[in-house]
Design a protein around this ligand. Structure first.
Ligand code: NAD
Length: 486
C-alpha cells in the first residue's frame, strides 16, 4: 500500500453497475487518482445468498474503516421483498445530505433547456423513507412520514453552506406545507429560520407541485434547491433527465463520518450487459469523491477530459443525436475517449475548476434549540379502530357510551375526514376509523392510566383497536392536526 493513497470502498453493483464502475475506475486510474480500493459485494447477489440486509458485516467494516464509498447502482425489489440497501446504507451511516448537481451541456448534448446549472440538495434519511409501513386493517395500509427538527436543520444549513461555498446566489425550498402543515410545515419553518442567517443569499419557497412544474419548464431560474427526501428523489431524476439524460448526473451522499458517491440513476436492467450504458453519472460521482478526499487536481483533470469528450460529440446512445453527435460509442469506448483526452480542456463549455481546499462544509450538527425546555402535556388520545359494523353514527353512539373515564369522544374521522358527529352520507368510508377523545374538561391533562382505562373499555365493547396516538400540546400549542371538515 502506498502511504499517499486514499483508501476507498468500491461496490460494483447490479445491472449496468459493473460496466460503468469498470469504465469509471479505468479513467480514475489513468488520471493518476491515488486510491487503495477495497471491494465489497452488496445488493442482489448478497440478498440471494440469504443475507436479507443485502450487505455483509465485513462490508460494513470496510465502510467504517475507509469512510469513503464509491457505489454503483443496485437493484431493489419493487413492491415487496428486501428493503432498499441504498436507503439502509444512507441511514445507517448518517449520510443526511444528498447533493445532486444537474447541468446541461448545450449545444453538445440535446436538451430543451440550454441554460441549466442547478444543484438539488435532497434530505436523505427521513420523510416517507423511514420505511415504517404497516397494514392496519383488512383495507388500509399506512406509511409513516417522519420529519424531525434536527433533520431539517442539518439539511437546510447544508444547502445554505453549499451555496455560500460554491458562490451560488439563491436557495429554493420545495414543500407541501399547505397540506402537511406539521411535517412539511416544519421543514419550511426551519428553512425560513436558517435563510435569515444568510442575508447575502436569496431564498424562496414554492409549494412542491408548482415548484416541480417550474423546475421542469424553466430550470434556468433555479440554483440550489433543497427539499425533503421523496420530492428530492423524484425531482432530481426529472432535473437530470431534462439536461439530456438521467445517465449524466452524479450524486454525493454526505454525513458527519462517512461519504458515499454514486450516479443518481438506477441499475438500468433493461440495458445491462450490452456495453451501451453511459458511465458519466458514476464518473461525476467519482469526481465529487476526488474533491472530497483532497485530490482536486485529479478531479479537474478527469472532469475537463470528460467535458472535452462530450464536446467532441463522442456520445453513448442515450445522448447520441444525429447532427449533434459525431460518434456513437459503447461504455468501454467512451471511457477510452475520456482517457485519450486527459490533460485537455473543453473549448466552449466552461472548464471545471476545484479549489485546493476541496470541500470545507462542516457536517457536525449543532442544534439551534434545546428541545428539553419545551413543556409537553397530554390532553387526549386518537384511538384507531378496524370496524365494519355499520354507519359512522352507529360507531359514534357505541363510543359515546364508553366515555366514562374523564375522556369524551370529540369526533371520528375516516381517512382523515370528519364523519361523526354531523358527517355526510356521500363520504366514502373504509374499515379504518380514527376516534378522537379529549379530557371531559377540554384542555386539561390526561393521564396514562386514563388512556389505558379507555382502551380497556373500548376492548370490552368488542371494538378492535389497532393503534393509538397521544394528543399533546407543546408549550401550549396543539401537536396534532384537525380532522378534515372539523
Ligand atoms: P433506472 O435509473 O435504472 O433506469 C431508468 C431508465 O433510464 C431506463 O430506461 C434506463 O435504461 C435508463 N438509464 C439509467 N441509467 C442509464 C445510463 N447510465 N445510461 C443510459 N441509460 C440509462 O431506473 P429504474 O428502471 O426505475 O430502476 C432500476 C433499478 O435500479 C430498480 O431496482 C431500482 O430500485 C434501482 N435503483 C437504484 C438506485 C441506486 O442504486 N442508487 C437508484 C435508483 C434506482
Amino acid at each position: 500500500m502506498n502511504e499517499l493513497n486514499t483508501k476507498i470502498t468500491v461496490a460494483r453493483g447490479d445491472g449496468i453497475g459493473p460496466e460503468i464502475m469498470d469504465a469509471t475506475l479505468r479513467i480514475l486510474d489513468a488520471a493518476g487518482a491515488r486510491l487503495d480500493i477495497e471491494y465489497i459485494d452488496i445488493g442482489e447477489r448478497v440478498y440471494l445468498a440469504g443475507n436479507t440486509s443485502g450487505i455483509a458485516t465485513e462490508a460494513w467494516d470496510s465502510l467504517r474503516r475507509t469512510k469513503v464509498f464509491l457505489k454503483a447502482p443496485i437493484t431493489t425489489p419493487q413492491g415487496g421483498g428486501f428493503k432498499s440497501l441504498n436507503v439502509t446504507v444512507r441511514k445507517t451511516l448518517g449520510l443526511y445530505a444528498n447533493v445532486r448537481p444537474c447541468v446541461s451541456y448545450h449545444p453538445f448534448v440535446d436538451t430543451k433547456h440550454p441554460i441549466m446549472d442547478m444543484v438539488i440538495v435532497r434530505e436523505n434519511e427521513e420523510d416517507l423513507y423511514a420505511g415504517i409501513e404497516h397494514r392496519q386493517t383488512r383495507q388500509v395500509y399506512q406509511c409513516l412520514k417522519l420529519i424531525t427538527r434536527p433533520g431539517c436543520e442539518k439539511i437546510v444549513r447544508y444547502a445554505f453552506e453549499y451555496a455560500r461555498q460554491h458562490n451560488r446566489k439563491k436557495v429554493t425550498c420545495f414543500t407541501k406545507d399547505n397540506i402537511m402543515k406539521m411535517t412539511d410545515g416544519l421543514f419550511h419553518k426551519v428553512f425560513d429560520e436558517i435563510a435569515a442567517e444568510y442575508p447575502q443569499i436569496e431564498n424562496e419557497h414554492w409549494i412542491v407541485d408548482i415548484g416541480a412544474a417550474k423546475l421542469a419548464d424553466t430550470p434556468e431560474k433555479f440554483d440550489v434547491v433543497v427539499m425533503p427526501n421523496l420530492y428530492g428523489d423524484i425531482l432530481s431524476d426529472v432535473a437530470a433527465q431534462i439536461t439530456g439524460s438521467v445517465g449524466l448526473a452524479g450524486s454525493a451522499n454526505i454525513g458527519e463520518h462517512v461519504a458515499m458517491f454514486e450516479a443518481i440513476h438506477g441499475s438500468a436492467p433493461d440495458i445491462a450487459g450490452r456495453n451501451i450504458a453511459n458511465p458519466s453519472g458514476l464518473l461525476h460521482g467519482a469526481i465529487m469523491m476526488l474533491v472530497h478526499i483532497g485530490q482536486p487536481r485529479v478531479a479537474e483533470t478527469v472532469h475537463n477530459a470528460w467535458l472535452r469528450t462530450i464536446e467532441d460529440g463522442i456520445h453513448t446512445p442515450d445522448i447520441y443525436k444525429e447532427g449533434i453527435s459525431s460518434r456513437s460509442v459503447g461504455t468501454g469506448e467512451f471511457a477510452a475517449a475520456v482517457i485519450e483526452r486527459l490533460g485537455r480542456s473543453p473549448e466552449k463549455l466552461r472548464s471545471a475548476e476545484y479549489p485546493d481546499s476541496g470541500e470545507s462544509i462542516s457536517t457536525v450538527y449543532t442544534p439551534s434549540t434545546d428541545g428539553r425546555s419545551i413543556r409537553k402535556e397530554t390532553i387526549g388520545v386518537d384511538i384507531f379502530l378496524e370496524w365494519s359494523g355499520g354507519t359512522p353514527d352507529d360507531l359514534g353512539h357505541i363510543l359515546q357510551a364508553v366515555n366514562s373515564c374523564g375522556l369524551k369522544l370529540q369526533m371520528i374521522t375516516n381517512r382523515g375526514v370528519k364523519v361523526f358527529p354531523g358527517g355526510m352520507p356521500e363520504t366514502f368510508c373504509t374499515d379504518h376509523w380514527r376516534c378522537r377523545f379529549l379530557a371531559t374538561n377540554v384542555g386539561t391533562r390526561v393521564s396514562t392510566a386514563q388512556i389505558v382505562d379507555l382502551l380497556s373499555r373500548v376492548d370490552a365493547v368488542g371494538l378492535d383497536f389497532i393503534k393509538l396516538e397521544t394528543l399533546c400540546t407543546f408549550d401550549g400549542e396543539p401537536g396534532y392536526s384537525l380532522g378534515q371538515g372539523q
